[in-house]
Design a protein around this ligand. Structure first.
Ligand code: ASP
Ligand code: MG
Length: 472
């Protein structure tokens, strides 16, 4: 039995931005008890910049040098403010190595037969390497024993390009062998988010926004007692406060509720991050780096409590496809073909409704995936016609205790009707913990406000279960 890991703490791109952000994160870690593993993202904006640079190199356009240069100066700039001479010199040579690898990877971009582009993934995740090295150096300078660790040595995946799925036994072995001795020695591992490797040893990633997933995967395999996702908001709220001014903090939610909220638009946590923690029953705590004294939100195994909705959320930019089967094909053949093709193209299906009498299926997808979805259906043999609407939004009411509670849908559509909001399509998740509706995009804010009001979510949310013990 090794030293227990008390918490994996993940710091997002806005939290490690600039010298102020990096310094704040270092203070949080320096004040934490031993037994913590840190996971860091690239500074906000870096991954986009690196990807753009690499993509221009593929297209034969200039831009690679500018991206490498801008990344270098961003990190060296912060380091100059935070590091003294010796750590600074070491860090700058590490930046030069990482940016040289970035240039080299980007220069070799050529897809493999599987369509994967390993060099692109290595190039895209260079920022995480820099963040981990920088934070570890800042911590050492403060007298905290810290070591940067590349998660490409720890997490093994199936290697699907930019959306890989983890291979747990392989990841468990590598992670324990590397991290447990560090924890035992009282050293704080500062691990890169986002990066992983294939079984063959090539660098891959967990997809955009994948650092949250890195944190929960590491916690599941170590195992860790808790995962803390440090970000720039206080936690999960009853609604997006930019659209619903009286939105309230949720002090605790269930794993299933967190999944629904993450799936349908709440940007606080990546949806793929929930399952590894849920299956190991590890609580996830959302914390604000700017306000560490706040409790935040705990995602854990909670009992549903008395009936009702807990939050409203939505996907602002959605598209709706109305798909009609060719004569005689029938709904089943059409559905089989459509969802098979969507699975191959990794299209995100937000909502599905069907009309058996007319042999019609309606599918809502993120607006950014609408073209790819239509492309995936080209020459589908059971499809007679497809119609696409691109100016719609999906609004969702979430609450585990809605299961078996009569009248939720009635209340929802009554409230929308009173506002004169037309509902284009509706669907209730088969688990009954989410009811979703498609509305015109211009009606989004009005719909969210009406739903928040009718389910009385605008008053402070009291917790029904005692959240698990706080770390310190
Ligand atoms: N830096 C990566 C991204 O921007 C991963 C992350 O931030 O979670 O997608
Ligand atoms: Mg994020």
């Amino acid at each position: 039995m090794g030293v227990p890991c008390r918490a994996v703490m993940k710091f997002g791109g806005t939290s490690v931005l600039g010298s102020q952000g990096t310094d704040r994160v270092a203070s949080i870690l320096a004040d934490s008890p031993v037994g913590v593993v840190a996971v860091v993202s690239a500074m906000a904006g870096t991954t986009d910049l690196l990807l753009r640079g690499a993509e221009s190199a593929v297209a034969g356009r200039p831009g690679l040098e500018a991206a490498a240069g801008a990344t270098r100066s961003a990190y060296v700039g912060v380091a100059k403010e935070l590091l003294a001479r010796r750590e600074l010199a070491d860090f700058v040579s590490r930046v030069d190595e990482v940016t040289a690898t970035y240039r080299a990877c980007s220069g070799q971009l050529a897809p493999t037969p599987s369509g994967a582009n390993r060099s692109l993934e290595a190039a895209a995740s260079a920022g995480e390497l820099l963040s981990a090295c920088l934070l570890a150096a800042v911590l050492r300078q403060r007298g905290v024993a810290a070591t940067a660790v590349d998660s490409a040595q720890l997490l093994v995946t199936d290697g699907h390009p930019l959306a890989a799925a983890p291979l747990m036994p392989e990841s468990l072995e590598r992670t324990r062998v590397r991290l447990l001795p560090l924890l035992q020695a009282g050293t704080l591992p500062v691990v890169t988010g986002f990066r992983a490797r294939t079984a063959g040893g090539e660098v891959t990633t967990l997809g955009r926004g994948g650092s949250d997933h890195s944190a929960t995967l590491l916690a599941a395999v170590l195992p860790a007692a808790e995962v803390w996702i440090w970000t720039d908001v206080d936690g999960l709220l009853t609604a997006d406060p930019r659209l619903v001014p009286d939105a309230q903090l949720l002090s605790e939610v269930s794993y299933a509720e967190a999944m629904e909220l993450a799936y349908f638009g709440a940007k606080v946590l990546h949806r793929s991050a929930v399952p590894p923690a849920a299956s190991a029953a590890i609580p996830i705590r959302i914390k604000n780096t700017m306000r560490p004294q706040e409790q935040g939100t705990v995602i854990h195994r909670r009992s549903p409590g008395p009936g009702g909705a807990r939050a409203v959320t939505g996907v602002a930019e959605a598209g709706l496809l109305t798909l009609t089967a060719s004569p005689g094909a029938g709904l089943n053949r059409l559905a089989g073909e459509v969802f098979g093709r969507f699975a191959d193209a990794r299209i995100t299906t937000l909502l599905v409704t069907q009309s058996s009498a007319e042999d019609v299926i309606c599918v809502a997808v993120p607006a950014g995936e609408l073209t790819a979805a239509r492309e995936a259906l080209r020459q589908a043999s059971y499809l007679r016609a497809q119609d696409a609407q691109d100016q719609v939004s999906v609004v969702v009411v979430v609450g585990e205790a809605m299961r078996g509670t009569a009248g939720i849908a009635g209340k929802m559509f009554g409230a929308l009707g009173e506002e004169g909001i037309n509902v284009v399509a509706i669907s209730q998740g088969s688990s009954e913990l989410a009811v979703a509706a498609v509305v015109q995009r211009r009606d989004l804010a009005g719909a969210l406000r009406a739903l928040h009001r009718v389910f009385e979510l605008g008053h402070p949310q009291t917790s029904r279960d005692a959240p698990p013990q706080v770390l310190r």
